[in-house]
Write a protein that binds this ligand. Structure first.
Ligand code: NAD
Ligand code: DAU
Length: 356
């Protein structure tokens, strides 16, 4: 790993990954390629913006020529592909953008890699890697008592978001099989932690509770997700990049599976304890609202493979991780307010929640 292209590096996980990589790898140059959509935020990276080994390039993964040139210009040997539309609710209301970015955008990145690494033979193949960051949602939904998903579980995506990620995973795999592109894929469960855009459950609940606004719980709140601290995800990706077998996929998960309502109540308890808001007890703000269409009931990842092959396991417990995350949002009101005041964000809250 010498010149690493991180796509979507201004988003939640991508920016955490860039911080992680700068701290862990002393000799790696990082190029962050991001279109700065509503979810991209360069202030996530303000502390490293002048770092000698970091460079930001604004660009779109749907622009094939630009991606071709970018790889050549920076002599990229490693691609860590995060860039995507990532929010399930937005995919239900506007699926087209998900197909364009997640499917066509990934296709462009694969073509750029094929052109530069395989056609031009720019560097030895054992020195290159295309790492694709994917999701557990490609596996669909589990009923109570069904076993956790393994890397062998057939795909059964339910939302347009999940289907677009599944399609991108298949494309990556096909480039490995057909052209010999050295790739790895990770399928990870729900992340939480610093810099998560406040459209996802945990930051929505923290921010609404801080302001005394209703806490929207979809349906009966008994849906189950497998929560993982974002830093544990970054560590897992780094391990797969440096020690994972090319042509392999790895499941990543937190082995934390409380119901959504429990997550919401835990955040309320934390805020009751550590904040000085006038809205205590915060649980009184919980409001059950119309469910997400096609809402997956339960996710559960079997992470034996990454543990056995690479020794990875999560470091954060959900209790500590949630406490740290609530504190992070309380301590970073400038970051929060810079998003809250944007028209796009206000519009999204109206679109998603007003009619529920
Ligand atoms: P995010 O929405 O916070 O960030 C996405 C980033 O991609 C943003 O910076 C955005 O500007 C950029 N982007 C979007 N379209 C682009 C385009 N066409 N060209 C260039 N950049 C573009 O997403 P996230 O939560 O950080 O997720 C990152 C990746 O991890 C996604 O691929 C997602 O599917 C996957 N993932 C997320 C989770 C999770 O819990 N958040 C879990 C598993 C996997
Ligand atoms: O599982 C991995 C996936 O996790 C990632 O691939 C996605 O990019 C990421 O967005 C996330 O998807 P979810 O749909 O699970 O995350 P979200 O935070 O939107 O919702 C978590 C759960 O909380 C889900 O069951 C829906 C519910 N929910 C969500 C919101 C935003 C609510 O009850 N109320 C809400 O307001």
């Amino acid at each position: 790993m010498k010149n690493v292209l991180v796509t979507g590096g201004a988003g939640f996980i991508g920016s955490n990954f860039i911080h992680y990589l700068i701290q862990t790898e002393a000799n790696v140059n990082i190029i962050n390629l991001d279109a700065l959509t509503y979810a991209g935020n360069l202030s996530n990276l303000s502390s490293v913006e002048n770092h000698p080994r970091y460079r930001f390039v604004q660009g779109n993964i749907c622009d094939a020529d630009a991606m071709d040139n970018l790889l050549r210009e920076h002599e990229i040997d490693t691609i860590v592909h995060f860039a995507a539309e990532s929010h399930v609710d937005r995919s239900i209301l506007g699926p087209r953008q998900f197909v364009e970015t997640n499917v066509m955008g990934t296709f462009n990145m694969l073509e750029a890699a094929r052109n530069y690494w395989l056609r031009d033979k720019s560097m030895p193949l054992e020195h290159v890697r295309f790492h694709h960051v994917s999701t557990d949602e490609v596996f669909g939904s589990l009923k109570a008592g069904e076993p956790a998903w393994t890397e062998e579980t057939p795909y059964a995506p339910n939302s347009p978001y999940a289907a677009s990620k599944a399609a991108s995973d298949h494309l990556v795999r096909s480039y490995g099989h057909t052209y010999g592109l050295p790739y790895t894929i990770t399928n990870c469960s729900n992340n939480y932690g610093p810099y998560q855009f406040p459209e996802k459950l945990i930051p929505v609940i923290i921010l609404n509770a801080m302001e005394g606004k209703p806490l929207p719980v979809y349906g009966d709140g008994q849906q189950i997700r497998d929560w993982l601290h974002v830093q544990d995800h970054c560590e897992a990706i780094h391990l797969v990049l440096t020690k994972g077998k090319t042509g392999s996929t790895y499941n990543i998960g937190g082995v934390n599976q409380p119901a959504n309502l429990t997550i919401v109540e835990t955040i309320c308890d934390i805020l009751d304890e550590i904040s000085d808001t006038t809205h205590k007890p915060h649980k009184n703000l919980i409001q059950f609202v119309t469910d997400r269409p096609g809402h997956d009931r339960r996710y559960d990842m079997d992470t034996h493979k990454i543990h056995a092959e690479l020794g990875w396991q999560p470091r954060h417990t959900l209790t500590e991780g949630l406490l740290d995350t609530v504190k992070w949002y309380l301590d970073n009101l400038e970051w929060v307010n810079s998003i809250r005041k944007k028209q796009e964000y206000k519009g999204w809250l109206d679109t998603n929640y007003k009619a529920r």
